[in-house]
Design a protein around this ligand. Sequence first.
Ligand SMILES: O=C(O)[C@H](O)[C@@H](O)[C@H](O)[C@H](O)COP(=O)(O)O
Length: 322
Amino acid sequence: MASYSLSFISTPLRISFSPYSRPPHAAFLWHPPLVSIPRTRSLSLALKGVSAIGARGEKLSCGAVSSTGMAAAAGKKVEVFDSKDELAVHLARYTADLSDKFTKERGAFTVVLSGGSLIDYLRKLAEPPYLDSVEWSKWHVFWVDERVVPKDHVDSNYKLAYDGFLSKVPILPGNVYAINDALSAEGAADDYETCLRHLVKNGVIDFSEASGLPKFDLMLLGMGPDGHVASLFPGHPLVNEKEKWVTFIKDSPKPPPERITFTFPVINSSAYIALVVTGVGKAGAVQKALGSSEDSGTLPVELVSPAGELTWFLDKNAASKL
Ligand SMILES: O=C(O)[C@H](O)[C@@H](O)[C@H](O)[C@H](O)COP(=O)(O)O
């Protein structure tokens, strides 16, 4: 069993456990006497989570405490930030730490992006100190889902990422793997899967012998208010796809309708997943996934359960129902 030191990050009430790069599913020892925190509603939630899990003897990743809340669950870490800016600061450090780790370990860092607000939360990576310290030439960038539109279309996730992030950091253009936008949705999904298989074969993307699936180093996911992740929507049969690595949808409830998307087996084969979720409109789905909720049924986000480590990055609005 390993233990982790507690360190104050920004306010006296925020505690995190370092390093981020500890082994997935490492055990966690809770040392209440080391810290003195007022017994708030959120802290008692946190302690309930920790002791319940400890009582079952399960292995835990650590949780994080903030002035707005904490949750801890097996294999999951939940961080709640007072502001979106603070979230962006910590997401940059988390990503840069993983970039260092994988660059040293494998000589490459495979990062999977989603669309939506996530791209804006990567903005601090394009600023000092990360702009100069990250080994950008080792990055290989993919999309967990993409809208089947031209790359210069306003709906393109490639365009969103290029304008908001990729154009601001020195990632090699040849290491950015966009879909072939000249193909149909089905053709683009097949083509993207072929590209992934090639990159697994030549060692750029890690491979899980156990599952026979690609193992991306870091997947950065957003979540919709309905609990969708990637382009895997509640009640849609694609949620259950087990064979393909990449598939397509032509009736996406979120426009535009035609998209390609990674499937859950590939998503869950990742070494690290960050779920970045902000805004009160997502508080219900966050509550369903992490708190107590009367709702039956399973949201797609609840199926995110990586072989490696899952960290939720929430702002206090998204965490307001926890
Ligand atoms: O292409 C897409 O539509 C996205 O990849 C999608 O899965 C997104 O990540 C969520 O809808 C969250 O988006 P927001 O963070 O903007 O709400």
